[in-house]
Design a protein around this ligand. Structure first.
Ligand SMILES: Cc1cc2nc3c(=O)[nH]c(=O)nc-3n(C[C@H](O)[C@H](O)[C@H](O)COP(=O)(O)OP(=O)(O)OC[C@H]3O[C@@H](n4cnc5c(N)ncnc54)[C@H](O)[C@@H]3O)c2cc1C
Length: 216
């Protein structure tokens, strides 16, 4: 059976499997060749199934968040590119559990609505939580390291692990995930409560400054 049919058999929806997909459509740099398979994944089960197919058939795979920090070679990618589309957010007081496919801007809006502060620095960074954790993304003197409590990830054998901030080994624009074979699934983040008006003003100011920076 070919890979496409194996993917379908593993219950990945047809509409989420793109064959010979032009990766310039999925990266901010808008360059790069085609990926043999580009798959949007919406659950851990789907990721596990892809890992299994990749292992059994000796096909490489690569994980993509929002594609804002990835360059695909002109000759393309001979394998499977998985784009994480899991985007749930659970708010419990000042702690937030967020799926790795959630865009920073989406989380930022939800935090504003819930009068939580501490994520304004990331509201203008154009990526997902997974990408931000891996890169320890930061701006305006703050970075992911300051807000992460725990990270849940999947190893390439399909086992789920949970690690603390310390174990993430955050450094300037890198983390343990820069070396580890891991797919970040979720993070528990910590924020502070603040009055709505002040919080919104700060976030708007950062978004406006970012807009000015990226348009010059
Ligand atoms: C206009 C512009 C402005 C930017 N400004 C900033 C800034 O101010 N500060 C800053 O730090 N960065 C900035 N960046 C860089 C980039 O946006 C960030 O690093 C961002 O966090 C990357 O997230 P992403 O979801 O797009 O990741 P991607 O680009 O898709 O991937 C980046 C890396 O993370 C990996 N990855 C993504 N998701 C996962 C996951 N779930 N599990 C495991 N690995 C994963 C990918 O394999 C890849 O190695 C900017 C980029 C652009 C284009």
């Amino acid at each position: 059976m070919d890979i496409y049919n194996k993917l379908l058999e593993s219950k990945i929806k047809k509409e989420n499997i793109y064959v010979n997909e032009d990766m310039s459509k999925h990266t901010s740099f808008k360059t790069g060749g085609k990926a043999d398979y580009f798959i949007k994944v919406y659950s851990i089960e789907e990721i596990k199934n892809i890992l299994k197919i990749s292992k059994e058939n000796n096909i490489p795979f690569l994980v993509l968040g929002n594609g804002t920090n990835v360059l695909v070679k002109d000759e393309g990618y001979k394998g499977i590119i998985i784009q994480i589309k899991m985007e749930e957010i659970h708010i419990d007081g000042t702690q937030v559990i967020v799926d790795s496919g959630t865009k920073n801007a989406t989380l930022s809006r939800r935090l504003l609505e819930n009068s939580l502060t501490g994520f304004e620095f990331a509201s203008g960074i154009p990526g997902t939580i997974g990408g931000a954790i891996k890169m320890n993304a930061g701006a305006y003197g703050s970075e992911m390291k300051d807000i992460v409590l725990e990270v849940t990830y999947l190893d390439y054998d399909g086992n789920v692990h949970k690690i603390s901030n310390d174990d993430c080994k955050f450094q300037y624009r890198s983390s343990i995930f820069s070396q580890k074979n891991a797919i970040i699934l979720q993070a528990k983040l910590n924020f502070r409560l603040r009055k709505k008006r002040r919080n919104r003003k700060k976030s708007k100011r950062i978004i406006n400054t970012t807009k000015r920076k990226t348009t010059t």
